[in-house]
Design a binder for this molecule. Structure first.
Ligand SMILES: [Zn+2]
Length: 384
């Protein structure tokens, strides 16, 4: 039997645990960290865009982000942010984040696609560089990175994403399937990277289907440094003898018709079986996509080494170049990400090469060398 007063008490206790949005939408900021050149903010509740106000102040240059109807979850000052970042309860209902910089800069601020309770703001480069006269906090931040280059065992996790899988075969030509080819090459890339001392994670190790968000969420959850999606290209019969070669893509919108066509084909496959991803959200994320510059560098490094290696085996390998296109699979990953089209399985000669172990090994070696070059150069650049 339940008495009326008991019922009330239970009701009140329950309300304490229910979403605070029931009471005028008060959110709370629970954590702030600096990683990979970004300030990452975490909240108890999903963020609403209209409750984030951004403006700048001069002398010194400051980027100000006000989070309306938000409270700091606790009074502890987040450590390790450096003295150029300040987070405070500005008034009873607003949390203010201030990022100071030596010169004006345009931050990229975004919500990671599958993390609605997070908000990332890119930091100015000089905030993560070691500068003469920089704060102790900044130096403490940068020091361990410098030592990392000398060690043979690396800590930078690399996520390799073999495209398609399960009921989604990807392209099919001459009885050969894209999903099988890209899994074989991905496993060889894994081997090559492990040999070089890198931890590697494959989004799939068998012939199974992964939903779009599963692929990129793995990279986010594992805090990967780079995300590499591996695919093979295909074109209809009328052009099968004309189109061949290796192409490397990074995420950005494009006017290039050829890049658009390839993205459309891969996107169609990846969106099959996605039930809750709104196309609209995806397109928005593409346009405000983070890490474009870094992804471009990564694509160039990988592509260079792939072509150089492939040519040691076949001098006539076609270089399709580095391109950009709106690939959905790259959208959710908030880290440098590229998509590789290792070749056209619709092209009879290239298909034959692609399905030999020798050629797969040489492509895998090229990809691994490219990733290693990128990470090596990157370590010299910024906090990583
Ligand atoms: Zn594909």
């Amino acid at each position: 039997m339940i008495r009326r007063s008991d019922f009330l008490l239970v009701f009140m206790l329950l309300m304490l645990f229910v979403s605070p949005s029931l009471f005028g939408g008060v959110n709370s900021m629970t954590k702030a960290i600096v990683s990979q050149g970004e300030l990452k903010l975490f909240f108890a509740e999903p963020l609403e865009q209209q409750k984030i106000k951004h403006f700048t102040l001069p002398n010194p240059h400051r980027q100000v982000y006000d989070f309306i109807d938000t409270r700091l979850a606790h009074n502890r000052v987040p450590l390790g942010l450096g003295n150029h970042i300040r987070i405070a309860q500005n008034n009873a209902t607003t949390v203010r984040v201030v990022i100071e910089s030596r010169s004006p800069f345009k931050p990229i601020a975004y919500q990671p696609l599958f993390a609605k309770t997070a908000y990332h703001i890119s930091l100015p480069k000089n905030s993560t560089h070691i500068h003469k006269g920089s704060s102790l906090a900044q130096q403490a931040y940068a020091k361990p990175q410098a030592q990392k280059t000398t060690s043979r065992r690396h800590t930078e996790l690399i996520v390799i994403d073999p495209g398609h899988g399960g009921h989604d075969s990807g392209a099919i030509a001459g009885g050969k399937k894209e999903k099988e080819l890209v899994l074989a090459i991905s496993k060889k890339v894994e081997k090559q990277l492990k040999k070089r001392g890198y931890p590697v994670y494959l989004t799939r190790e068998s012939d199974r289907f992964l939903k779009l968000d599963e692929r990129t969420r793995i990279a986010d959850r594992k805090d990967a440094k780079v995300f590499i999606s591996i695919h093979a290209n295909s074109i209809d019969k009328s052009k099968q003898d004309k189109m061949e070669g290796i192409e490397t893509f990074f995420l950005q919108n494009t006017r290039d018709e050829r890049a658009k066509r390839i993205a459309a084909r891969e996107n169609e496959a990846v969106l099959k079986g996605t039930d809750h991803v709104s196309k609209h959200v995806i397109i928005d994320s593409v346009l405000s996509g983070p890490k474009i510059v870094e992804s471009n560098k990564l694509a160039i490094d990988i592509h260079k080494r792939m072509i150089a290696n492939a040519k040691t085996l076949y001098r006539d390998v076609k270089d399709g170049g580095v391109r950009h296109a709106p690939f959905y699979v790259l959208v959710g990953a908030s880290r440098p990400s590229v998509l590789i089209e290792v070749g056209y399985i619709s092209h009879p000669k290239e298909r034959q090469r692609l399905f030999t172990t020798e050629y797969q090994n040489i492509l895998a070696k090229g990809i691994a060398e490219g990733i290693e070059n990128y990470l090596f150069n990157r370590r010299k650049e910024i906090d990583f």
